[in-house]
Design a protein around this ligand. Structure first.
Ligand code: ZN
Length: 523
């Protein structure tokens, strides 16, 4: 089985993605995570270009990686000087990285218009820089920037650049589709053409401007490439880089090629989500292999078939990449969806049971009114338990009032609430940043002595959406609340023409779900 080398550039290319900014600590955590996954090479940044990247290398020198090798990135020396005198090259030496990637020009247009030097001097810059680093005992890779454009413009010169790098001792020559504009068939054709001239590893580095970065990387491997460069979740400038997550899964599961240790494949979902958290970038639900919806089934016919044999609507077993199957509850899901959810909640229900039909009718009626249980699994669980009488009330509302007051310089919100809990009457008032927050505060204040674990939960997200806009002033709103405690996150829903009422429903579900989860009624 051929082994493919993986080269991650999340910490350099990925860090250039819009909205991403890594601290040195973030970079260290990401590098350690990639090391655990078993990626062969981790490019940490450009030590010659900024102090933060240099600090990262100096810190990493004291935290050796186990499976991966750390790579420092830099450019060929400037024209008309010695490699030894170039500050960027000095930075690479100072980084203490044992593997260095040098990027250089291969496109005559760039040599003339950007570097403003001669074609021969550019070849000398490649040779000198790589030769100098090679003589220092370092492993050197050459990133041939804009190679596919270069090859299209001037085949002969672009190849001369690759051969200069090869002669100077490069261990890998990496073809970069820097502008991301090359089509898959051309990638395959070019690689097959130049492959016989390259005696060292051939690598591929694709950007996603044409939406083809993953496909192009896979095609390159099929045409003979030995190394794939990319970033986790495809982070990168403009439209991003090739996403290593589907690349790893495709190479390993579809092409039977080895890239990470096979027992690490099930870490892919975790790694993708971990790095998305550190990058502060929300992961898309439909992210191939690792997204929340990657193995989520909604249509009734699909659900039915998946239950009989998952292969009917799943290209792989989700567990192979650490993801899981989800059966979405919705009017489309029909009875099977309800039965599956019931089973997951360890509730006894069968298809023939009249209760199943009743719950299905209830869900359908609620969905027609704008409830949406796919994103509110906690509310759905409460609904089922209530319908099956597996639920004991924690408190009863007698009434609440919310007062919002606007003064010239500030706005205040206060909620007054009356509830009955464990036989006692509670009457509390609380202020908040807004009416919903005030209501949340008042409800918890009323309940806290009876249910102390509520102090451990908090609301982490609040979303409002207007439904059926055509109804004009009577439009209903759907409120989704996300709550969390030390161990779990859960979502609840409320729908009403009144935003406070919709929020109240979601709020009560959230509190009740927490109490049900903590089994406070079982004591
Ligand atoms: Zn790049």
């Amino acid at each position: 089985m051929k082994a493919i080398k993986l080269y991650d550039t999340t910490l350099r290319d990925g860090a250039q993605g819009e909205g991403i900014s890594y601290s040195v600590m973030d970079k260290i955590r990401i590098a350690q995570e990639l090391d655990r996954l078993g990626v062969h090479y981790i490019e940490g940044g450009w030590p010659g270009s900024n102090p933060k990247d240099m600090e990262f290398y100096l810190k990493m020198a004291k935290k050796p990686l186990k499976l991966s090798q750390l790579v420092a990135f830099g450019s060929t020396r400037r024209p008309q000087i010695k490699a030894l005198e170039d500050s960027n090259v000095k930075g690479l030496l100072k980084s203490a990285a044992k593997v260095i990637t040098i990027f250089g020009k291969t496109w005559d247009l760039h040599v003339k218009d950007v570097l403003k030097t001669t074609l021969d001097e550019n070849l000398a810059m490649i040779k000198d820089t790589l030769g100098f680093l090679n003589a220092k005992g370092l492993t050197v890779f050459y990133d041939a920037e804009h190679f596919f454009d270069a090859y299209r413009a001037n085949k002969e010169y672009s190849l001369k650049c690759l051969l200069a790098a090869q002669e100077a001792g490069a261990k890998a020559i990496v073809l970069c589709d820097t502008n991301g504009g090359t089509i898959t068939s051309e990638i395959s054709k070019v690689i097959r053409e130049i492959h016989p001239s390259i005696k060292v590893w051939l690598g591929i580095h694709c950007h996603n401007d044409s939406g083809l970065a993953v496909a192009n990387s896979i095609a390159a491997v099929e045409a003979g490439a030995d190394m794939v460069q990319g970033t986790i979740n495809g982070y990168g400038e403009r439209c991003g880089n090739a996403d290593l997550i589907p690349i790893i899964a495709n190479l390993q599961l579809k092409l039977g090629l080895n890239c990470i240790p096979s027992n690490k494949l099930k870490e892919l979902t975790h790694v993708s989500r971990f790095i998305s958290e550190i990058s502060n970038m929300r992961i898309k639900n439909d992210q191939p292999y690792v997204g929340e919806s990657a193995f989520a089934h909604k249509g009734g016919v699909h659900i039915n078939a998946v239950m009989k044999n998952p292969k009917t609507y799943e290209h792989i077993d989700p567990a192979l990449v650490g993801n899981h199957r989800r059966i979405l509850v919705s009017e489309l899901g029909g009875k099977t969806g309800i039965l599956l959810r019931a089973k997951a909640l360890e509730l006894d229900l069968s298809k023939e049971d009249p209760q199943t039909k009743r719950i299905l009718k209830l869900v359908q009626a609620l969905e027609n009114n704008g409830y949406h249980f796919e994103a509110a699994e906690a509310s759905f669980e409460l609904l089922m338990k209530k319908a099956l009488k597996k639920y004991k009330k924690f408190f009863e509302l007698e009434g609440f009032r919310v007062v919002v007051e606007k003064q010239p310089k500030k706005m205040t919100s206060e909620a007054i609430i009356k509830i009955r809990v464990k036989g006692a009457k509670e009457h509390t008032a609380a202020e908040g940043d807004g009416p919903v927050n005030a209501l949340d505060n008042a409800l918890r204040k009323a309940l806290k002595d009876f249910y102390p674990t509520l102090s451990k939960m908090r609301l982490s997200d609040f979303k409002v959406r207007v439904l059926d806009e055509k109804a004009g002033t009577a439009a209903r709103v759907r409120v989704l609340i996300q709550s969390e405690d030390e161990t779990d996150t859960w979502s609840t829903i409320g729908v009403s023409e009144n935003i406070i009422e919709a929020s109240w429903q979601a709020l009560v579900d959230s509190v009740e779900y927490k109490l049900l989860k903590d089994k406070v009624n079982d004591e």
